[in-house]
Write a protein of this length. Structure first.
Length: 140
């Protein structure tokens, strides 16, 4: 009987270790995706700065066009990051890596990389919309 308990305890530790490895793997993939989305948004800001310079130098209105791309990239990135986050939570719940109360907690208080990319996407969309609407007035 003691041998059976020892085997069950060892199996539970192994399942917990593999569960933690699964969580770590999911989180690492998610953090990597958030890094790429953040870099994409940063590239859009650099593109807007470059287009402002080109608009001021050449007189052609590239700056307001970059605002439309910023607005679009901000919206797409925000929606994509939310979709990826909920997908990872669903995978973790389906595989038994998290419990329902923990999933609710993670939904209410998401990880920092997700919040950063989400808010950066919102800001990019808002600033892009302003540039799109009024960008033609600035380079003159």
């Amino acid at each position: 009987m003691d041998g059976l308990r020892y085997q069950n305890a060892g199996r539970q530790r192994l399942e917990m270790a593999s569960g933690q490895a699964g969580i770590d793997r999911l989180y690492a993939g998610f953090a990597r995706s958030m890094l790429w989305l953040g870099l994409f948004l940063s590239a859009m800001w650099l593109f807007a700065a470059l287009s402002y310079y080109l608009s001021a130098e050449t007189g052609v209105d590239w700056f307001s066009r970059s605002g439309s791309l910023m607005a679009l990239s901000g919206a797409v990135t925000s929606f994509r990051s939310v979709s990826m986050y909920h997908n990872k939570l669903a995978i973790a719940l389906r595989e038994g890596l998290v419990s329902v109360p923990r999933e609710i907690e993670l939904t209410l208080e998401p990880p920092r990389p997700f919040r950063f990319v989400l808010y950066f996407g919102y800001l990019t969309g808002i600033v892009g919309t302003a540039i799109w609407g009024y960008g033609d007035l600035l380079p003159r």
